[in-house]
Design a protein around this ligand. Structure first.
Ligand code: 4NP
Length: 152
């Protein structure tokens, strides 16, 4: 799960998917990172922590880190929150196989629409909407990849 700072959107995405992994007993690993370096080592934003907590999810064990090229080898899917993240991730890719792992997360919920998860950093009221969008996308991810559906 990748956003810009790894303190607002992608920590929520990681927390939501981790919760679903446990609920469904899936053998998956989820992590998150930011394309930027400003918040390395920081806790998630207090508003993300509060929003997750309202939904019974604790994300306080997370610490921000920056996305590294080797993440494109270590994970099967690399999910961007918006088109800028998407482009920045693709810039790290050096092979077609790496490029093919990168997707806009909302295309799992609303295929083909290239919808962005809006950056809530400057908007105290945006966090619940972000949570709802990510929850829908994570539900679809679980549906898609925990079933016998074919490849992307
Ligand atoms: P995120 O939000 O990418 O969802 O973690 C942001 C967090 C920090 C900044 C921008 C976006 N920032 O400019 O520091």
């Amino acid at each position: 799960m990748v956003c810009l700072g790894n303190i607002c959107r992608s920590p929520l995405a990681e927390g939501i998917l981790q919760h679903k992994i446990e609920e469904h007993g899936l053998d998956w690993q989820v992590d998150s990172a930011g394309t930027g370096s400003w918040h390395i080592g920081d806790l998630p934003d207090r508003r993300s922590i509060a929003t997750a907590r309202q939904h019974g999810i604790d994300i306080t064990c997370q610490r921000a880190r920056q996305l590294k090229p080797h993440d494109l080898d270590g994970f099967d899917l690399v999910l961007a929150m918006d088109s800028q993240n998407y482009q920045d991730i693709l810039h790290l890719a050096t092979t077609k196989a790496q490029e093919e792992k990168v997707h806009l997360i909302m295309n799992f919920a609303t295929p083909g629409r290239n919808q962005a998860v809006p950056d809530p950093y400057w908007d105290d009221n945006g966090f619940e909407q972000v949570f709802q969008m990510l929850e829908e996308a994570c539900d679809k991810l679980v549906e898609r990849f925990s079933s016998k559906a074919g490849p992307l």
